[in-house]
Design a protein around this ligand. Structure first.
Ligand SMILES: [Cu+2]
Length: 199
């Protein structure tokens, strides 16, 4: 009886080892297949991206921002907001993509409530920096103006498509808390020229 039970134990151990070995082989095979399929999957994603991009005019920005400016080092400790893809003097065809960023702070949606050192972006369009430092950044009333003046990115967005009437416009980023009260972390005001859609 005893040898039998030892045999049984050994066979159990052997079965366990075989199972572990089989699982390890399966994992290896899966990793190998994943590695094989990665370029194909990557290509598919790239093709999908290309399709998505074809819906938006990616050449709408005529900018002279150099590659080194676009990838400039992160300014450690500095709290500032900046436009990523447009700069003062740019000419743009509407609608145009505007990407923006903040340093030294985190981006959080308004619904997250009060979280220290976080907030959301705003773009002031043809508007001066608000003078009252305790007042929330206003919201445009519907149809108040021909175009929007205060854009809130309360979902934590870091880019948008802007459609503005042709002519010169000023843009400035202003970062504010969940109650839209500015931190006065802002970008410099930039002037851009929005071209006629037909040009
Ligand atoms: Cu806001």
């Amino acid at each position: 009886m005893i040898p039998l039970s030892i045999d049984a134990d050994i066979s159990k151990i052997a079965a366990g080892q075989a199972r572990r070995h089989a699982v390890a082989s399966l994992v290896k095979t899966m990793l190998f297949m994943a590695a094989l399929s990665f370029p194909a999957a990557h290509a598919a994603v790239a093709a999908k991206d290309k399709d998505a991009k074809s819906n938006v005019d990616t050449d709408s920005i005529i900018s002279t921002i150099s590659a080194s400016e676009r990838t400039r080092p992160f300014p450690v400790g500095e709290k500032t907001a900046y436009f990523v893809n447009i700069k003062d003097g740019d000419q743009v065809k509407p609608p145009f993509r505007v990407a923006f960023a903040v340093t030294g702070m985190g981006v959080a949606p308004v619904v997250a409530g009060s979280i220290p050192n976080t907030g959301h972006h705003h773009i002031l369009i043809d508007m001066p920096m608000p003078a009252d430092i305790k007042a929330p950044i206003p919201f445009d009333k519907p149809n108040e103006y021909a175009h929007q003046h205060y854009k809130h990115f309360g979902s934590g967005e870091t880019e948008t498509l802007l459609d503005l009437p042709p002519g010169k416009h000023t843009l400035r980023l202003l970062f504010a808390d969940h109650k839209h009260v500015p931190y006065y972390i802002s970008s410099k005001e930039i002037s851009i020229v929005v071209l006629d859609k037909t040009r």
